[in-house]
Design a protein around this ligand. Structure first.
Ligand code: IVH
Length: 670
């Protein structure tokens, strides 16, 4: 019996380790999260019942005790070095020339290039295949013993994989936090009113140096190896072979390693730079190393960096500049947000003069004041952000920013709900700023799709007080528009034509266009499928609203609140009176339209008589769900010319396939 339990525990551990390896090292899990959790639970049950068979490196034993007082110091047997830098192709060529000089007799070396991960360096020591110690870099000679924390990082194996490994193996690599996990973690911390982190690197460093391993276990840290420390026997004769060998031992290695000659490196650099924003983690350059370990040894070291490697850094994503002012913007739903106006600064290839400050809590947190010298960060396409204030340069005579008490545009009082960080103008559509945003949304392509009515024209129409509500748009005449914003008679007619055509819409688009808080396109679609028409929706009580997919208590209360405002109901009636209409689906009176509720449709290829958006709208209004990919759950695939993979999948799965003509027949009632 005991023997059976022991075997069972050992087999479970092996199975879980294999899944850890597939997930973290190979990046291709073969089972789902819940199946994995089930295996882990089985193991916990057995280990709890038979503690005598518990292994200290079992996957269940990742969280240990908190150190009594700070971390112990650890002396690195092989120092942890830093890297020299180059910043452009010319400096890189100089690096190559130095290599060639020194290796004269050996010839041009083969190089490797890999992303320079932006986290913190870690050394992990395995003895006889078991993880025995992990330490931070510290000053390169002495670091901190963070073993208990490192054991909680799921991608780091507690035991090496396979049978053959050096008796001593020190793996060097970078602890990082992936971008999405960083954002999600910060959000969780914010919801708990805890301190958030400025960037993934600080989050990784702050988390790893947390004293309580239980907290570290909740932080989504990852690790990728890029080198070795002390080893009892070689793992290979080149850097790339060593990385391959580490992978076989179950250690995740720096992804994206390529072997290249020095001529190919420049191309690899620009390829990596172009991919930078799409990578799941932050990188700040490319590390180039000589591949051959014998040559690495010949080249040796200067000061505290190896001669055989260099970091070709990316252009900075952060720069310092002066904050000129904090302006206040009012959005569609009245959200009042601060925007930083900056002294223009060249950053990541563009001139930046505005930065986001998110909300006033952020202004208070940063304690940012006009005139301050600030650090601005611009990563990829995201709006630049102020990440830090250099208070050492501050003019202390300038007072902190005061939270506005009234809307800067309409002077209505500002309200704040307990639930959110955003403050809002209470003026509703009286507020011209809200009106503009509201109308911009109403005319937008995915709402009423009124082409030709842009922001500039709306601003003029609002200023002239010709358009106070969306319904006013439908009363505009071509004559009145002529001459506005240098508009000729033809353009004026086109605008009126576009406004008139928009009257023929769908219920889902109409609901989305109303701009009810938190009712996006998907929710509007779900509401349109549940309620036959606007009258039913206006009357719907909260529980009925909450039966709709994606609608929880908060969204339901926003919908209720919207329809309870008399003015909103009046605008709705006005829009309908102006001729805005949509097909009403009434299966009970036996119309020729089919009821597609419960069905899932996919559209692929080109449609000639309607756009895919139009076809989707119509299918949705008949109750169908329209999704992007074919699966066993797909009811019908509509395939037009040029259909490819989706058509093949549908054929394989035996999904019904129809063409545009059949679709038109089905939608014939429109
Ligand atoms: S090799 C002996 N490779 O960059 C050279 N370092 O600026 C050891 N880093 O402390 C470093 N990605 O923490 C190497 N692919 C990579 C790296 C990398 C990030 C970090 C490492 C090092 C720092 C030096």
């Amino acid at each position: 019996m005991t023997y059976d339990v022991k075997t069972q525990i050992r087999q479970l551990i092996q199975e879980i380790r294999l899944h850890d390896y597939n997930y973290h090292v190979l990046d291709s899990p073969t089972i789902g999260d819940s199946q994995y959790d089930q295996l882990l639970r089985q193991l916990i049950v057995l280990e709890t019942e038979f503690p005598e068979h518990r292994d200290s490196n079992s996957p269940t034993q990742r969280v240990g005790a908190k150190p009594e007082s700070g971390f112990e110091e650890v002396t690195h047997r092989v120092p942890m070095l830093s890297l020299g830098n180059v910043f452009d192709a010319e400096e890189f060529q100089q690096f190559v020339a130095r290599l060639q000089d020194r290796l004269d007799k050996v010839g041009a070396p083969l190089l490797t290039a890999e992303p320079k991960l932006d986290g913190l360096a870690l050394s992990i020591r395995y003895e006889y295949g078991e993880l025995v110690m992990a330490a931070t870099r510290g000053d390169g000679q002495t670091g901190e013993n963070v073993t208990q924390n490192v054991r909680t990082i799921r991608s780091i194996p507690l035991t090496l994989k396979g049978e053959r490994f050096p008796s001593v193996l020190e793996v060097r690599g970078e602890v990082i936090m992936k971008k999405l996990e960083f954002t999600a973690m910060n959000k969780r911390l914010q919801d708990l009113s805890e301190k958030t982190f400025v960037n993934p690197r600080n989050a990784a460093a702050g988390s790893l140096r947390q004293l309580d391993p239980k907290i570290v276990a909740t932080r989504p840290l990852s690790f990728y190896a890029y080198g070795l420390g002390e080893i009892s026997e070689p793992l290979g004769s080149t850097h790339s072979d060593v990385m391959g060998a580490l992978k076989v031992l179950g250690i995740p290695v720096n992804p994206g390693l390529v072997k290249a000659t020095s001529d190919q490196i420049e191309r690899a650099y620009f390829d990596l730079l172009a991919k930078r924003d799409q990578l799941p983690y932050e990188i700040d350059g490319m590390v180039v190393k000589v591949d051959g370990l014998d040559m690495q040894e010949m080249l040796g070291f200067v000061a505290r960096a190896p001669r055989f490697a260099t970091a070709w850094k990316f252009p900075a994503q952060e720069a310092s500049t002066r904050l000129i002012a904090i302006d206040i913007q009012v959005g569609r739903t009245g959200a009042v947000t601060p925007v930083a106006r900056l002294e223009p600064v060249f950053l990541g290839g563009v001139t930046v003069s505005n930065a986001s400050l998110h909300n006033f809590d952020e202004v208070v947190r940063l304690d940012v004041r006009p005139g301050d010298q600030v650090i601005v960060r611009r990563a990829g396409d995201v709006i630049p952000q102020i990440v830090r204030v250099m208070t050492e340069h501050r003019d202390w005579r300038i007072d902190p920013i005061q939270l506005p008490t009234e809307c800067p545009v309409c002077h209505s009082p500002i309200r704040r709900s307990d639930r959110e960080a955003v403050i809002r103008c209470s003026g509703g559509l009286i507020c011209k700023a809200q009106r503009l945003e509201h109308l911009k949304h109403f005319v937008s392509r995915r709402a009423m799709n009124i082409d030709g009515v842009g922001e500039r024209l709306l601003e003029i129409l609002i200023e002239k007080e010709w358009v106070k509500t969306p319904a006013d748009l439908y009363r505009l005449s071509a004559e009145s528009l002529e001459g506005l914003d240098r508009m000729g008679d033809k353009s004026a007619q086109n605008v009126v034509q576009a406004i008139t055509s928009s009257k023929d819409t769908t219920f889902a688009r109409f609901l989305y266009a109303l701009g009810i808080r938190d009712v996006g396109e998907a929710t509007a679609g779900n509401l349109a499928q549940t309620f036959n028409d606007i009258a039913q929706l206006i009357e719907a009580p909260l529980p009925k609203l909450m039966e709709v997919e994606d609608v929880g208590p908060v969204v339901a209360s926003h919908i209720r609140a919207f329809f309870e405002v008399k003015r909103n109901r009046e605008v709705l009636a006005d829009l309908v009176a102006c001729g805005v209409h949509w097909p009403v689906f009434e299966p009970s009176i036996g119309s020729s339209c089919s009821d597609l509720s419960g069905q899932t449709w996919v559209l692929t290829g080109t449609l000639t008589t309607m756009t895919r958006d139009e076809a989707s709208d119509k299918l949705r209004s008949l109750g169908a769900k329209v999704v992007g990919s074919v699966s066993a759950k797909t009811t019908v695939l509509v395939a037009g010319p040029g259909a490819g993979g989706k058509l093949k999948n549908a054929e394989t799965l035996g999904v019904e396939i129809i063409d545009e003509i059949a679709l038109k027949e089905l939608l014939g009632c429109f």
